[in-house]
Design a protein around this ligand. Structure first.
Ligand SMILES: [Zn+2]
Length: 367
């Protein structure tokens, strides 16, 4: 989260879909809704805001997932006992108000499954995740600005492309792209991450504030994986990509005693958030590996140069030459390249007098 993360041009389409999911879920939980009400006619306004959304949802419900039509999953939910409907309704209202968790005095965030009947939760999870897995991939019923449209709406691929384009650091299309979370390379196979995991909170599977495009290393275990981004339902000590950003708040520094890069916050109030983010993504360990790898690269360049000088009976590197070498590459570092912050820290660390002297002494042993 070193980089600024912001909503993109098609974010309103995701917000509109999130509202559609919320409205449909709450309608299913309404005591007056029965399985018999799940018809194309019954989904029309005022149940859903527009005929376009109602018709899209009806077509979506005809799709098959986990061996059953999505319509069957929805009928199962509409047939739940009143108590389970009420529990799920409360859960939907709390989870869809995610933004409130980042305001003063937030209400309790649900940390347990709202439904006692496992098969009902399974039906809900399958149905709602399908909005992401099937609906989003094929196309939502919305233009990028959230206006309903019968065909040609925003797709998963549109979102990935739009997010990547909006968060590129260089205008050159051939430039390497940077991961907004770790500042490393975004790579050839970036992932769409659900900040709040969709396995536990499927309601946020298409939420504009819950989706980012990040590198596969950040997204996979032992890094983010399916870890929670709150402490037992409390978001107070956590950053959030959109709702409590960390860019400009996080800092890197080098602990020469421990020989590690540390991830911390500039202000003491944010220290717990920086520690949680580090625990989530293992940033310090990953940045330390990059720091040492880059150091090893420059060490190798200078060793080979020193070796050539020895073979050609030239004078060995002086401290002034070594410092000039580091200053040269350090000044040339581009902020649009992956790991800029780590490489910049390395340059500053080597230029500390003790470290530069130690490097020179190490070079003097090269034959
Ligand atoms: Zn990353």
């Amino acid at each position: 989260m070193l980089k600024l993360i912001h909503r993109v041009e098609c974010s309103p389409a995701l917000a509109a879909c999130q509202q559609l999911i919320r409205t449909f879920s709450l309608w299913l939980c309404n005591p007056g809704t029965t399985a018999a009400n799940l018809t194309q006619a019954d989904l029309q306004p005022p149940v859903l805001p527009s005929a376009i959304e109602a018709d899209w949802l009806w077509a979506f419900l005809q799709r098959i997932d986990v061996g059953r039509q999505l319509l069957d999953h929805a009928r199962q939910l509409a047939s739940m006992p009143i108590a389970e409907k009420a529990a799920l309704m409360g859960w939907v209202q709390s989870v869809s108000a995610l933004g409130a968790q980042f305001q003063p005095a937030p209400t309790a965030w649900p940390v347990t499954c709202p439904l006692a009947t496992g098969t009902n939760w399974g039906a809900f999870k399958t149905l709602i995740e399908a909005f992401y897995e099937k609906g989003f991939r094929a196309g939502l019923p919305y233009l990028p600005d959230g206006t309903p449209i019968a065909a040609g709406g925003v797709t998963y691929a549109n979102f990935v492309d739009t997010f990547r384009f909006a968060h590129r650091l260089s205008n050159d299309p051939n430039a390497r792209q940077v991961c907004v979370l770790c500042s490393g390379p975004l790579g050839d196979t970036p992932h769409v991450d659900h900040w709040v995991t969709k396995s536990a909170f499927p309601l946020l599977s298409v939420c504009q504030d819950n989706l980012t495009v990040i590198c596969s290393t950040c997204n996979e275990a032992p890094n983010k994986g399916n870890k929670p981004v709150h402490s037992a339902g409390n978001f107070a000590d956590w950053f959030h990509p959109y709702l409590r950003p960390a860019n400009g708040v996080l800092q890197l520094d080098y602990d020469s005693h421990a020989a590690t890069v540390r991830c911390s916050a500039i202000g003491s109030d944010d220290h717990p958030k920086a520690a949680n983010l580090d625990g989530l993504l293992n940033l310090a360990a990953r940045w330390t590996r990059e720091f040492k790898a880059e150091y090893a690269k420059h060490q190798d360049i200078l060793r080979r140069s020193e070796s050539r000088r020895v073979k050609e009976a030239q004078a060995r590197h002086t401290l002034t030459e070594l410092i000039a070498y580091v200053q040269h590459w350090s000044t040339a570092l581009s902020p649009t390249e992956p790991h800029h912050e780590v490489h910049d820290l390395l340059g500053r660390s080597i230029l500390e007098p003790e470290r530069a002297q130690a490097w020179l002494e190490e070079l003097a042993t090269v034959q």
